[in-house]
Design a protein around this ligand. Structure first.
Ligand code: UP5
Ligand code: MG
Length: 190
């Protein structure tokens, strides 16, 4: 492969913290390719793959899809792409995701962007998003918050202990958040 050793940044944060929004900005300004694990899984549902129904049921319950499914989609997307810099958005979501991705791909993230946002703000954003996502209802949102606290925060803590976490106050307006993001990716790369 061309990109056997790509640069990877994990973009993490609770549901509605603004991961997708800020990744789009980073793509525009810094030449990364954006891979949203959630978007890849939703595309897999739409494609009518044999895993589609299972994925759809898990997303509706806010549960974490088995890592082999998600990793296969991410790995394929990386390999099909000519770029050597990727933002991986919304993955890894638990310790098992993290360890399996490292083992299967041999990739370690350069750093981890963490969008820190209070639940009440994330809930407001998700309930007013109106893009027809099947998990944007209050019952599923509560389940997503619980899974984030119990399973995903430990992954952020793991990388924090390695000095890899860049934490951003995501409760501010989109433009203000992006100012902080820019400072991390560096003006020299703009
Ligand atoms: N918005 C954004 N920034 C704002 C700001 N600063 N001020 C005001 N509004 C702001 O933003 C959400 C909404 O808020 C938008 O309307 C936006 O305009 C506004 P967005 O950028 O979409 O936030 P994001 O963090 O991307 O929210 P998302 O809902 O995508 O996060 P999730 O982590 O919940 O969703 P994801 O797609 O990653 O995963 C969905 C499900 O897939 C999971 O629950 C899980 O079931 C499954 N999944 C896996 O199983 N494994 C994976 O690896 C990944 C997903
Ligand atoms: Mg998203």
């Amino acid at each position: 492969f061309l990109n056997t050793n790509p640069t990877v940044v994990f973009v993490l944060g609770g549901p509605g913290s603004g991961k997708g929004t800020q990744c789009a900005n980073v793509v525009q300004n810094f030449g990364y390719t954006h891979l949203s694990a959630g978007d890849l899984l939703r595309a897999e549902i739409k494609s009518g793959s044999e895993n589609g129904t299972m994925i759809q049921n898990m997303i509706k319950e806010g549960k974490i899809v088995p890592s082999e499914v998600t990793i296969k989609l991410l790995q394929r997307a990386i390999q099909e792409n000519g770029n050597d810099k990727f933002l991986i958005d919304g993955f890894p979501r638990n310790e098992e995701n993290r360890a399996a991705f490292e083992k299967v791909t041999g990739i370690e993230p350069t750093f981890v962007l963490y969008f820190d946002c209070p639940e009440e703000e994330m809930e407001r954003r998700l309930l007013s998003r109106n893009q027809g996502r099947e998990d944007d209802n209050i019952e599923t949102i509560r389940k997503r918050f619980k899974v984030f606290l119990e399973s995903s925060l430990p992954v952020i803590n793991y990388y924090d202990a390695k000095g890899k976490v860049r934490k951003i106050d995501a409760a501010r307006p989109v433009e203000d958040v992006f100012e902080s993001v820019k400072a991390i990716f560096g003006p020299k790369n703009e």
